[in-house]
Write a protein that binds this ligand. Structure first.
Ligand code: NAI
Ligand code: 15L
Length: 283
C-alpha cells in the first residue's frame, strides 16, 4: 500500500490483498463495527478494536480489544499509539442533543486526529454521513463539492469531522477518505433507502479502496451501492476505483409493499429524510 504502512505481500498464485500491520477500528461494538470486525480481517495483520460499549473478547492473536471513550483525550492518544491506519466509526450515529454529540463526535474526532498526528498515522477512513447534505432535496444530484447542508446536530458533527480531515491533510499531510455513508443495513428499510442503501459487501470494498489507493489526499465519497435512482455523483472520487456490486433493486417489491409516504413527509422531500425534522432538544 502506498500510504498506510503496507505489509509486503507473501508469494503465491493469487496476490493477497494489501494489508497494514495494525489497523484501528473504532465503534467496533456498533452495527457496522461488528460487521467490519469480520470483514476487515484480510486488510490487517492485527485489528485493534475499540468502543465505549462492551465488545466480544479477542478471538485470536490478530485482534486487540481496547475499550476507550473517544471524549477522553489521554485514552484516545494511547489507543492510537502503534496503529498504522484507522477506520473511525465510533460516535453517536443518530440525531441527539448537542451535548452528547459534542463529547462523542466533535471532541472524539478531534482527539483521534490529534493522536494520529502525534503517532504518525498516515491514513484515516472517516465514517461521515449523508446527513452532512441532508437538507438538499431528493430532486438534486450532488457531487463531493456541493454545498453542505447538515440536517441536525449529528450532521453538523459529521461536517466538522470532514473539516478536521481536510485540515489534518493540509497542515500535517495525514490522508483521509470521508465516506458519506447513505444507509448501510442488511437491506433498505424504506423507500428513501432505495436511493441511499449501501450493502455491507460494498462498504467493505469501499473501505479497502479507501485504505490502499495511493495519494487520496482528503477524498469525499458517497457510500452507496449501485442503486437505480441515486442522488449522488461519485466522479470526484473516481481515483478510488470503487465499483459497487450490489443494488437495492432486488428489494424493490418488498419496499414498495409498504404504505406510501405522503409527498409532504420529509422522507419524501429531503435527502436526509426524517432527520431534518428532529429536534430541537431541551426546550
Ligand atoms: P452504531 O451506533 O451502531 O455504532 C457506533 C458505535 O460508536 C457504538 O458501538 C457506540 O457505542 C460507539 N460510541 C458512541 N459514543 C462513543 C464514545 N464516546 N466513545 C467511543 N465509542 C463510542 O452506528 P453504526 O450504524 O454502526 O455506524 C457506524 C458509523 O458510521 C457511525 O459513525 C455512523 O455515524 C456512521 N454512519 C452509519 C450509517 C449507517 O447506515 N449505518 C450511515 C451514515 C453514517
Ligand atoms: C446515518 O447517518 C445513521 O447513522 C444511520 O443510522 C441511518 O439513519 C442513515 O444515516 C440514514 O440516513 O439512513
Amino acid at each position: 500500500m502506498s500510504s498506510a504502512a503496507a505489509v509486503t505481500p507473501a508469494s503465491g498464485d493469487a496476490p493477497p490483498p494489501p494489508r497494514v500491520h495494525r489497523l484501528l477500528l473504532t465503534g467496533a461494538a456498533g452495527g457496522l463495527g461488528k460487521v467490519l470486525r469480520e470483514r476487515l480481517v484480510p486488510y490487517a495483520e492485527v485489528l485493534r478494536l475499540s468502543d465505549i460499549a462492551g465488545m466480544a473478547p479477542a478471538d485470536s492473536a490478530a485482534e486487540e480489544i481496547v475499550p476507550c471513550d473517544l471524549s477522553d483525550k489521554v485514552a484516545v492518544d494511547a489507543l492510537v499509539k502503534g496503529c498504522d491506519a484507522i477506520v473511525h466509526l465510533g460516535g453517536v450515529s443518530v440525531e441527539r442533543p448537542f451535548e452528547e454529540i459534542l463529547e462523542a463526535n466533535i471532541k472524539g474526532v478531534f482527539h483521534l486526529y490529534e493522536a494520529a498526528r502525534r503517532h504518525g498515522v498516515k491514513r484515516v477512513i472517516f465514517a461521515s454521513s449523508n446527513h452532512v447534505i441532508g437538507f438538499h432535496k431528493q430532486t438534486e444530484t450532488l457531487d463531493a463539492h456541493c454545498q453542505r447542508r447538515p440536517d441536525g446536530n449529528y450532521g453538523l458533527s459529521k461536517s466538522f469531522g470532514e473539516d478536521v480531515a481536510q485540515f489534518y491533510f493540509d497542515r500535517y499531510g495525514i490522508e483521509s477518505v470521508s465516506i458519506r455513508i447513505g444507509s448501510s443495513f442488511p437491506e433498505p428499510l424504506n423507500r428513501r433507502m432505495m436511493s441511499t442503501w449501501l450493502s455491507y459487501r460494498d462498504l467493505t470494498t469501499l473501505i479497502g479502496k479507501s485504505l490502499f489507493t495511493p495519494d487520496v489526499k482528503h477524498t469525499v465519497v458517497y457510500g452507496m451501492s449501485a442503486n437505480k435512482d441515486v442522488w449522488w455523483d461519485n466522479s470526484a472520487a473516481a481515483h478510488l476505483g470503487y465499483v459497487p456490486r450490489d443494488t437495492s433493486e432486488v428489494f424493490r417489491a418488498k419496499v414498495e409493499a409498504q404504505p406510501p409516504v405522503a409527498p409532504t413527509d420529509p422522507n419524501a422531500i429531503y435527502q436526509g429524510g426524517g432527520f431534518t425534522a428532529q429536534g430541537p432538544f431541551g426546550d
